[in-house]
Design a protein around this ligand. Structure first.
Ligand code: HEM
Length: 390
């Protein structure tokens, strides 16, 4: 399918509000060739779900399409089934065995404490003053390591997040690699020093060097998980807050924050509506035909989950937040063998953020223009000015 539609995902207007262009792509050109990314871009729900689910036909592990990845660069995200099973299983069990509920509740208390200090003091920045402290508290406590602060982690977060778009802007590759090296060195140090024995890290460390799990692969996976965790918890705190405040106090007025079922439905809906993870990629391993377009083996396919999550073929009234939407089979955490390993933690945190907003939202107001990082794969606010009446 050919089209004259021109789209630069790094255009600030597209980052600010990508949903109009997603809708246009979805309706006019569901299999769109993006010259800059040298990739096919899919925006319809069924198509994205199919590609994410069918790992026999579409690889995350580029070695299956002939690429070379040195052993010291392997991590959970570069391996497909069945090789991924052992470390994915160990990491998921270690993560889900942590005190996720308590840790998230502590981080919410931390945000509440800081918010009280900001009452009546004029505009503050949600990202710097609340989301950053909350997200770093959660991730450090889950890992059982407190080496990074919000400020010391910021350059690594920025480097890795921007490098996700290096297909669009190759200049992001070198700083991204440097950030990745710095993080892996730090995590390697945690291993060597035996830090974090009580947290996720300690549980996973116990499996390093067992057959099939060489230490660099484990270290890289821990590093990738730490960053995936911090970056999305931080970004989703901002995204959820912005959408809830934009919608106005009526949105959460009838929500019972003490009801975990209600909170889970609401968290799912806000993930569908405003997940920070816009897209991921796979490589075709065999020729496939989709909406009259032939995709060749070794071609890259970008699945735009954020576009699929607003597909009216799957979701009634997709541009409206319906807090009790069910079923809600959104793709915010992707689908298939690489589905987000931290989804339970992400949902637990989102529920805390929503409960926090149900309580304090009526006295919070947007107090200036929000700002996004110039990043398209992970859409994330870097500034969200608010005021709190107390
Ligand atoms: C709002 C929060 C989150 C969102 C929207 C999100 C989204 C995603 C998505 C879309 C993927 C799949 C990527 C792909 O298939 O290529 C993924 C994978 C992953 N996520 Fe999350 N994530 C979130 C939170 C977390 C947290 C809190 C952690 C860990 C602490 C985490 C760890 C991971 C890991 C390790 C993977 C790779 C899994 C694999 O490749 O097998 N994520 N996430």
């Amino acid at each position: 399918m050919t089209t004259t539609l021109v789209w630069n995902p790094l255009d600030p207007a597209s980052i600010q509000d990508p949903y109009p262009i997603y809708a246009e792509l979805r309706e006019r050109c569901p299999v769109y060739w993006h010259e800059g990314m040298s990739s096919w871009v899919l925006t319809r729900y069924d198509d994205c779900q199919w590609v994410l689910r069918d790992h026999a036909a579409f690889a995350r592990d580029r070695r299956r399409a002939g690429a070379e990845i040195p052993d010291d660069k392997l991590n959970i995200q570069t391996q497909d089934p069945p090789e991924q099973a052992l470390l994915r299983g160990v990491t998921a069990r270690s993560l889900n065995s942590q005190r996720l509920q308590e840790i998230c509740a502590e981080a919410r208390e931390l945000m509440e404490h800081r918010l009280r200090g900001l009452a009546g003091a004029g505009p503050f920045d949600l990202m710097r003053d609340l989301a950053g402290p909350g997200a770093i508290h959660v991730i450090n406590n889950v890992f059982g390591v407190h080496a990074y602060t919000q400020d010391s982690y910021a350059p690594i977060y920025r480097g890795l997040t921007q490098a996700m778009d290096s297909g669009l802007d190759p200049e992001r590759l070198a700083p991204g690699r440097a950030a990745g090296r710095a993080l892996s060195e730090e995590v390697g140090g945690w291993f060597a020093d035996g830090l974090g024995q009580d947290g996720l890290l300690g549980m996973v460390t116990g499996h390093a060097d067992v057959p099939g799990l060489p230490t660099p692969y484990v270290v890289n996976t821990i590093a990738a998980t730490y960053n995936a965790g911090f970056s999305t918890l931080y970004a989703s705190t901002g995204a959820i807050t912005l959408e809830v405040l934009r919608a106005g106090p009526a949105l959460l007025a009838d929500l019972d924050p003490a009801d975990p079922h209600v909170l889970t439905l609401a968290a799912d809906e806000l993930m569908r509506f405003t997940s920070p993870a816009q897209a991921t990629a796979r490589v075709a391993l065999e020729p496939v035909e989709l909406h009259g377009v032939r995709i060749e083996p070794k071609q890259t396919i970008v699945t735009m989950m954020a576009a699929a999550n607003r597909d009216p073929r799957q979701f009634a009234d997709p541009d409206r937040i319906v807090l009790d939407r069910a079923p809600n089979r959104h793709l915010a955490f992707a689908w298939g063998p690489h589905i987000c390993l931290g989804a339970r933690l992400a949902m637990t945190w989102a529920a805390e953020v929503i409960a926090f907003l149900a309580e304090h939202g009526p006295r919070l107001r947007l107090a200036g223009q929000e700002e996004y990082m110039r990043a398209a794969t992970l859409r994330n606010l870097v500034r969200l000015p608010l005021e709190y009446a107390g």
